[in-house]
Design a protein around this ligand. Structure first.
Ligand SMILES: [Zn+2]
Ligand SMILES: [Zn+2]
Length: 378
């Protein structure tokens, strides 16, 4: 039996629960169909503003693409074909399992609501989720599951800052952010460490701003290897609050030092292909700190290009010829800009607060509540 209800009545409980964000799930998979099952709470199925019933734990939906429309079935029958299908949460603690079919994806758990629509011949599954629950999910995907609370608080502020700053990144496609590293990795509900939710609750609304009160860039990486990178060394331009910081906190931890070997012939071939006329002049280099250019003159070659070509852990390395091999002797893991996650975990472990941690890696910046920043509302 279908009952006509006003869409606003269905959406109202969502807005009462706080700010929501729309995240495109399995964004790189291009699945032609999805299986959705209710894990927890009560859900309403709404198609084109019409309510098609209430669903509880154990209910399953089969969603597929039919041209530019969405076809949906439950356990018993074909419900219909619609331009848009919404699986709306009715309670605060509602959880769905979502799995992409053809091509198949992992089966993952998601909080709150799910909306299906077809755009550019692609069936999209868009998670409409409370902002703070989304932030907790990103922290779990990007920040590890076994770290101290103050580290999680710092990570929460950075994830929230990125989210608000990039809230229109996918606006033309009809959602806010995707769930891939193109935006921020998001693999669904945070479940493996309750401290992650505690951190998002404690820092609710807090973001980093620069001295002009503009939302800051809020990058982080796994390990800086002892020195973070000036933004312009790796990116296109510098920022006053993203300058090199000497970090003694990550030095004894994993990836502080690494080595990778390639055949000498491969190195010479790469240099030639990059336009270097005398490759034999570039077989040894002793790093004295992070730099942008490995070769800087008429010919140009950046450390970032070398890192990307050979899949190195970082762009902070020395080069040594050993017989028929080139050895990269490097430090750190990741782009090196902003917060060093391993360093921040260690700072938290020895007693620094999340505010100390953020000011250590970002300077000068301030903490603000984005909900009080009219310009950045969305
Ligand atoms: Zn994206
Ligand atoms: Zn570090």
């Amino acid at each position: 039996m279908k009952t006509l209800v006003f869409l606003s009545m269905v959406i109202a409980p969502l807005t009462l629960m706080g700010q929501t964000i729309q995240v495109s799930l399995f964004d790189n998979a291009n699945s032609r169909a999805y299986t959705v099952s209710v894990q927890q709470g009560r859900y309403l199925l709404v198609c084109n503003g019409e309510k098609y019933g209430e669903y509880k734990k154990g209910s399953i939906f089969y969603v597929s693409q039919r041209g530019d429309m969405v076809e949906i079935r439950d356990k018993n029958s074909l419900i219909g074909v619609f331009p848009e299908v919404s699986v709306m949460h009715h309670d605060k603690q509602c959880v769905l399992t979502v799995k992409g079919i053809n091509p198949e994806t992992l089966s993952q758990l998601y909080d709150d609501a799910l909306v299906f629509k077809v755009a550019d011949n692609k069936l999209r599954a868009i998670n409409h989720i409370d902002l703070e629950k989304y932030i907790a999910g990103v922290i779990e995907a990007e920040g590890g599951i076994d770290a101290p609370l103050e580290y999680y608080k710092a990570q929460a502020v950075l994830v929230r800052t990125y989210t608000i700053k990039n809230i229109y990144k996918h606006a033309e496609e009809g959602f806010n952010l995707c769930d891939q590293v193109h935006c921020q990795a998001y693999k669904g509900k945070s479940m493996r460490n309750p401290q992650i939710y505690e951190a998002t609750r404690y820092t609710a609304g807090q973001v980093l701003v620069d001295t002009d009160q503009v939302l800051a860039m809020a990058p982080f990486h796994s390990s800086c290897g002892g020195q973070t990178s000036q933004a312009g060394i790796y990116w296109q331009s510098d920022l006053p609050y993203l300058r090199p910081v000497n970090d003694p906190f990550c030095l004894s931890l994993r990836n502080a030092n690494w080595e990778q070997r390639i055949p000498l012939s491969e190195w010479k071939l790469f240099l030639s292909a990059s336009g270097v006329t005398k490759p034999e002049n570039y077989l040894n280099y002793q790093s004295a700190g992070r730099e942008q250019f490995f070769i800087n003159g008429k010919q140009k070659l950046t450390f970032r290009q070398i890192r990307e070509k050979f899949g190195l852990k970082s762009s902070y390395f020395s080069i040594e010829q050993q017989g028929g091999e080139i050895v990269f002797k490097g430090k750190g893991f990741g782009h090196g800009i902003g917060m060093c996650q391993l360093g921040a975990m260690e700072m938290a472990r020895v007693g620094y607060t999340y505010i100390d941690i953020l000011h250590f890696y970002f300077h000068p910046v301030e903490l603000r509540d984005y909900r009080e920043m009219e310009l950045h509302r969305y």
